[in-house]
Design a binder for this molecule. Sequence first.
Ligand code: GRF
Length: 218
Amino acid sequence: MSSGGPLRLAILISGRGSNMGAIASACAAGNIQARVDLVLSERPEAGGLETARAMGIPTGTVPWTGPAQRDLFEGALKAALAAARADVIVLAGFMRILSGEFVQAHAGRILNIHPSLLPHYRGLHTHRRVLEAGEPVHGASVHFVTAELDGGPVILQSRIAVRPRDTEATLSARVQRTEHIIYPRVIGWLAEGRLAWREERPWLDGKPLTAPLVEDFP
Ligand code: GRF
């Protein structure tokens, strides 16, 4: 991590980038002691790249090479992240799976947000699956990334009640609003040194974090 000064973030996106925008706004407003040094995408058409540029944030694209040449893709990613001198890699709707080797090389320095109450509903289409299963609650999880997909230790979760009239669209919109609150918050904890990765696990306020923190939202 950087010694002194704001925490340097590189944010990886594949789409709209609303979480990226929320994090960048929190930085710009001085609500968290961090700065976004780079927004990267493997998709040149990702809408979030334009949002980042409009906010004056450097952007880049690292084209997806296909699974057979993943090492080339990850090599280019690593080079871009190193050039930006990123302390923390923030995955925000980034749709490529990073290899165990890549994750290991950045251990404790990669965060992700997943739209479910992990460990429930890993993977895709979480809102649809939650509705189909008739779950009473749903939410989002901010977690450290480990080699296990959507399996790294969860730091903070937002929880909402599923309403009888909820559709995939309404549920997704309500979960996303909470994502825009909890993701900057966790990054702020890292920037303040309240949250750290030591001995292969998260620590908060000097104690190992043994279970996720959960915040209820309306
Ligand atoms: C979010 O819902 C996040 O949980 C998931 O992908 C979505 C990204 O949305 N990982 P956006 O691009 O930040 O708007």
